[in-house]
Design a binder for this molecule. Structure first.
Ligand code: URA
Length: 216
């Protein structure tokens, strides 16, 4: 996997050609809902490959058809994947295919259209969050307001080891996350130029939720 650690220490941009090619198709305004959803699922798995790097490993004694060996297996408690609703679900599905035993939680936040501030309407997360690697997923790290609020809630619930995975990030969102949660690494497919006055990422891809679910 080609990845760029960037000069921002907690930010990793996954520059793999497959990720970048798929992302370009997703950005195009005429890409269908079906293709958008499928591409998001595919990219989520490539991002998850990077986000799950350095998971703790242990050895397990196994028998192959030929010999016994100490073989590597994942150590510790199952991962917790947290979808920041609703657009997070588009990333969640693909990651779950890759890590099917993961525990899953949901944080429901919507963005007030006027203040752009997050409003919580749902919160349900796995038990023993403090002992798990927690990967929070939201395709668009835009103003950073909802991401910061979601991470606040996860920390209040006990999470200590959190990573944040998005499809696109803005410099404003990355800065806001770094300020509020410098301990949370961000894994994304692209760092875009900025935000519109309505808080959309530019050049971006529009409203990720609407594009993946075919709503307006
Ligand atoms: N949420 C989206 O879906 N798109 C953006 O550009 C910003 C926030």
């Amino acid at each position: 996997m080609t990845e760029t650690a960037t000069d921002i220490p907690h930010l990793t941009v996954v520059t793999h050609p497959l990720v970048q090619h798929k992302l370009t198709i997703m950005r195009e305004k005429d890409t269908s809902t079906k293709s958008f959803r499928q591409l998001l699922r595919e990219i989520s798995q490539l991002l998850a490959y990077e986000a799950t790097r350095n998971l703790p490993m242990t050895a397990k004694r196994i028998e192959t058809p030929l010999v016994e060996m100490d073989a590597p297996v994942l150590d510790g408690k199952k991962l917790a994947l947290i979808s920041i609703l609703r657009a997070g679900n588009g990333l969640l599905d693909g990651v779950l295919e890759l890590v099917p035993a993961a525990r899953v939680g949901f944080v429901g936040l919507y963005r007030d259209e006027v203040t752009l501030q997050p409003v919580q309407y749902y919160f349900k997360v796995p038990t023993e969050l403090e002992d798990r690697l927690v990967i929070a997923v939201d395709p668009m790290l835009a103003t950073g307001n909802s991401s910061v609020a979601a991470i606040d809630l996860l920390k209040e619930a006990g999470a200590k080891n959190i990573r944040f995975m998005s499809l696109l990030a803005s410099p404003e969102g990355v800065g806001r996350m770094k300020e509020a949660h410098p301990d949370v690494p961000i894994i994304t497919a692209a760092l875009d130029e900025g935000l519109t006055d309505k808080g959309y990422i530019i050049p971006g891809l529009g409203d990720a939720g609407d594009r993946m679910f075919g709503t307006k």
